[in-house]
Design a binder for this molecule. Structure first.
Ligand code: URA
Length: 218
């Protein structure tokens, strides 16, 4: 396997449309939440292609026998939203991941406004992940990349394998992608857009502002 960060930005009108709605400062919180849900849905639809394990089977249609492909019920996917903003994607992701048995583990990280380093205030990750565990991380804004790096370290400490992880994000700054390429070169990230820069407060420009504040009206 090549060790190169894989960043996918699907060229899709629905993704572009909902990104525009989310970016617009005049979008009210309720529509902003809808936009994030839709982005979560369509980015996950792309991300789980060639990721969800399947099994071959045979079934009877009303007319004949037919070969068929089903999602492997033995693989229980895991969803990790990084709080707060990751929660805005969750509903859309759940609409696409077709399992009632997917586990959701919350990780709460807060950013120091001065140093831009993150610290953890809630860690509901299990003690151990099976190596074959399939994990979706939800982190909409990759500004410096430090929250995602923190999350990946916690997952890897517990036995999770980077090649089985997909990151669902909305906007990444170049700076975050450079850091991730250095630290997790075989990571796969699905995004709506890459933006050029961060401002002095660590916000992505043009970005969409503070995703948590906009969704939760704070
Ligand atoms: N987090 C956000 O919500 N927005 C940014 O631009 C950067 C980090």
């Amino acid at each position: 396997m090549s060790l190169q960060l894989r960043v996918y930005v699907p060229d899709h009108p629905l993704i572009k449309h909902w990104l525009a709605i989310a970016r617009d400062r005049n979008t009210p919180a309720s529509l902003f939440k809808t936009a994030m849900t839709e982005l979560g849905r369509w980015l996950t639809f792309e991300a789980i292609r060639r990721w969800l394990p399947t099994v071959q089977t045979e079934l009877e249609t009303p007319l004949s026998l037919s070969e068929a492909t089903l999602i492997d019920p033995r693989i229980k996917p895991v969803i990790i939203p990084i709080l707060r903003a990751g929660l805005t994607l969750l509903e859309g992701v759940q609409a696409v991941v077709p399992f009632s048995n997917a586990s959701i583990y919350h990780l709460g990280l807060v950013r120091d406004e001065q140093t831009l380093e993150c610290s953890c205030y809630l860690n509901k990750l299990p003690d151990q992940f099976e190596p074959e565990c399939h994990i979706l991380i939800l982190e909409p804004m990759l500004a410096t990349g430090s929250s995602l790096v923190y999350c990946l370290q916690e997952i890897c400490k517990r036995g999770g394998q980077v090649e089985n992880i997909r990151v669902i994000s909305i906007i990444a700054a170049h700076q975050a992608l450079q850091k991730l390429a250095k630290e997790y070169p075989n990571l796969q990230i699905h995004l709506a857009m890459i933006d050029p820069e961060l401002n002095k407060n660590g916000y992505i420009v043009p970005g969409l502002g503070d995703a948590g504040d906009r969704a939760f009206g704070t």
